[in-house]
Design a protein around this ligand. Structure first.
Ligand SMILES: Nc1ncnc2c1ncn2[C@@H]1O[C@H](COP(=O)(O)OP(=O)(O)OP(=O)(O)O)[C@@H](O)[C@H]1O
Ligand SMILES: [Mg+2]
Length: 251
């Protein structure tokens, strides 16, 4: 009885930590988002002025561009709010391509603008049944890490996000051509607070991501070659939201 109460407390603390990490990640992308908003809103403002002053043809064009910019700003806000809200959302069937697109929108900034080529290879109809926010949090952590690694290394910068279904398991891979991880660091990357980022790392991203994936009966694994790049693989059951039957002893 006492041990089950302890287990409940541990689970509750893990959930609180995951929530705090998710909000910290949202905080970390805010600077990128603010920068992007400036890039979106400055032309929107110019187009609105053009619409006020120009002839009918110019007005039509200006309004269309202003509308496109406003829609993109709204999509970024929506994606950010989705991930910032807590995960009281029900477990539901989600399309993986849409989920990845929404996660990328959360970052606000297009990877292309930093010279990063993004390749996504996800079967169009691939779906999973889970808490979407949880998977978004994990993907956001992995993509932000991949972004840091390719920007640090320089040269050809590539991030690939792919997924395959193998019977009832879905494997999602986030691969990058970044710095790679040394064998020494590899032993510690999933440890809480381990970071090699001087000013901007809390060292919680991977710890929490692993915990989240395991809470969905999945696994988070990594392969890396120093100087060449890194591949993280999330393996999840198709119905990752379903709870395992409790095997806890009732003593
Ligand atoms: N794709 C990657 N390429 C190279 N190194 C990586 C990669 N992903 C993680 N690492 C290494 O693992 C460390 C721990 O990553 P983790 O995401 O847990 O923390 P962080 O990125 O340092 O900080 P944050 O808590 O803000 O995410 C990183 O500091 C980095 O050294
Ligand atoms: Mg990180």
């Amino acid at each position: 009885m006492r041990s089950s109460r302890l287990e409940d407390e541990v689970r509750s603390l893990q959930a609180q930590l995951a929530r705090a990490q998710r909000l910290a990640t949202v905080g970390a992308v805010t600077a990128m988002v603010a920068h992007e908003f400036n890039n979106i809103l400055t032309p929107v403002l110019n187009y609105a002025q053009m619409a006020q002053q120009g002839d009918a043809t110019m007005r039509e064009k200006a309004i269309r561009h202003a509308l496109e910019g406003s829609q993109r700003a709204t999509a970024i806000c929506q994606a950010l709010l989705d991930i910032a809200r807590n995960n009281h959302q029900p477990i539901r069937k989600v399309n993986l391509t849409t989920l990845v697109e929404e996660t990328l929108t959360t970052m606000g900034r297009d990877l292309k603008k930093d010279g990063i080529t993004l390749i996504t290879k996800i079967p169009a109809k691939l779906t999973l049944t889970l808490h979407a926010v949880k998977l978004k949090q994990v993907l956001l952590n992995l993509i932000l890490n991949a972004r840091d690694a390719v920007l640090e290394k320089g040269g050809e910068k590539k991030i690939s996000i792919s997924a395959v279904r193998n019977n009832d398991i879905i494997r999602i891979r986030v691969a990058d051509t970044g710095t790679g991880i040394s064998p020494e660091n590899m032993k510690q990357i999933f440890e809480p607070f381990f970071t090699t980022k001087q000013d901007n790392g809390t060292g919680l991203g991977l710890t929490i991501s692993k915990q989240i994936v395991e809470s969905m009966q999945g696994r988070l694994t990594v392969r890396s070659q120093q100087g060449k790049g890194t591949v993280f693989t999330i393996s999840l059951p198709l119905r990752a939201g379903r709870k395992k039957k409790s095997s806890r002893r009732q003593d």
